[in-house]
Each structure stands twice: as C-alpha cells, then as structure tokens.
Design a protein around this ligand. Structure first.
Ligand SMILES: O=C(O)[C@H](O)[C@@H](O)[C@H](O)[C@H](O)COP(=O)(O)O
Length: 249
C-alpha cells in the first residue's frame, strides 16, 4: 500500500517525517526493546536534522538509546570521509545529540579496517555488514534519485535481480563514488515500513514516471509494488504534474 503526503514547505516535510518516525518508534517499543531503523544518504540528512534534532518537542520524545541505526547504502570510504553516509548522519544527528547531552543510538557502520584500495575486501565488507543486519527492520528511510534509483539500486542494474544476498557490493555506481554496499530488495521486502522523502522540482519528471500508468521498472517503482507499507513525503514541486491523490500525515 502506497500513501503520499505532500507539503508546501521543507520544514513541514521534516516535521511530518519526524512525527511519522516517532509514531512507528512508539508502536514498536510497546512490544520490542529496540527500534531498528535504516537511513539513506543524500538530502535525507538535513531532513533528519530539521525534524528530529532542531524540533525540541520531537527530540525529547525520541528514545535515542533504544535505536539501532543501519545504512540502506554506504559508500566504501573511511568513516570520516565527506562521502560517507555515516559522516552525514554523524554531523546531522549524532554530534548535535552529544551537544544536547542526549543518549546516542547504536549505529552499525561498515568495518573500516576492511577497506582496501584493491577492492579485494569489498565482498567481505558487505557480508560482515549483512551479519549485523536484523531479519526485519522496523523502518527504512529512502531517497529517490532523479533517475529513479534508491539505496544504491540503479535502473537496469543487475543488482535489481539479487535475491540471495541481503547486502551487495556495487563497483559501478553511476552516482559517485562508484564503490558502495547496498541493501537489496529482499531487505526492503522484509521491512515493516518504508518511507521516501523527495523534494524539489528536479524530482518531478521521475515521480511522473514512477506514478504514471506505464510500467517503468525503476527501483523506486519496484519498492512501491512490494507488499510493505510504503509512504512518500514530498513537496508540491516534486509532485508537479504527477496525477496522484496526496494528503497530510
Ligand atoms: O548514498 C546515497 O547515495 C543515497 O543513499 C541515495 O540512494 C540517495 O538516497 C538518493 O540518491 C537520493 O538522494 P537525494 O535525496 O540527495 O536526491
């Protein structure tokens, strides 16, 4: 089932995403001791900072110490590299949490020691990460690239057909840097909730395709067709010319 929530302003998207995360967290923590969430890179970092950190009311309601955080995809660079999705999360969420003296979540990163110029260990980095991944994630937060990619699953790439590995390596990512690891569809399929965040007019052409009548097989469209609850948080610009009915969360 796909739900679309649309807003005028970026701040409203961030607040809606934050309330959505909080509701799922609260629901999960009624029966579980931890909340297992995966985040992506790109513009999502800013949304998380705005929604979860800058908003004092939300910040104080998040059970940070019960969060287990995973990355839907990660670039194979050192953890302090500007391209690292961990670095982004660290800057946008972890460092501000420390500043507010709040407890930190458990964050599962790639094993940096295995990084190697020769790429010989890339498969080992992926399988090591897979080893730490729970069988079900409570929530996966995704971005949507202008080409319809999500995680590091790109249109027409052979990884779209991967069914045995839950974490795969990619060495030819069209979006730089080229070396990454990524969730595969089996992980997304087994997640309890998935949410996309997409903002700006640059996303409108691909959203018209994804939500259009013609089947495209774009990675984001494949996610929409999974038997998982999928939500989209978008702004009106991204939705321009897209014929779907949207509401407010
Ligand atoms: O590490 C990455 O490259 C991301 O995880 C990637 O999948 C991202 O989510 C999309 O490219 C959308 O990025 P924007 O939101 O910045 O457009």
């Amino acid at each position: 089932m796909v739900q679309i929530y649309s807003y005028e302003q970026s701040d409203d998207i961030a607040n809606a995403v934050a309330n959505y995360i909080l509701d799922i967290q609260d629901h999960v923590l009624k029966t579980n001791t931890v909340f297992r969430i995966a985040v992506s890179g790109g513009s999502l970092g800013k949304v998380l900072q705005k929604g979860l950190i800058d908003n004092q009311a939300i910040r104080s309601k998040i059970a940070w110490d019960k969060w287990h955080v995973y990355f839907s995809d990660e670039r194979l660079v050192n953890l302090n590299h500007e391209d690292s999705n961990y670095t982004l999360f660290n800057e946008m969420v972890l460092k501000p949490l420390q500043k507010f003296n709040l407890p930190l979540p458990r964050v599962v990163t790639i094993k940096e020691d295995l990084l190697d110029e020769s790429r010989i260990n890339d498969a080992m980095i992926a399988s090591e990460y897979e080893h730490h991944l729970p069988s079900v994630l409570d929530l996966v937060l995704l971005g949507c690239g202008p080409d319809g990619h999500t995680c590091s699953l790109f249109p027409n790439h052979k990884l779209l057909k991967e069914t045995s590995k839950r974490i795969a390596t990619i060495s030819d990512s069209p979006k730089p840097p080229s070396r990454r690891i990524t969730f595969t569809f089996p992980v997304l399929e087994n997640s309890s909730n998935i949410a996309f965040v997409a903002e700006g007019e640059g996303k409108a052409p691909v959203l018209r395709q994804i939500f259009g009548e013609k089947k495209t097989n774009l990675p984001c469209e494949i996610v929409n067709n999974l038997p998982t609850r999928v939500s989209w948080f978008v702004d009106n610009q991204a939705l321009s010319g897209v014929s779907v009915s949207a509401s407010k969360y």
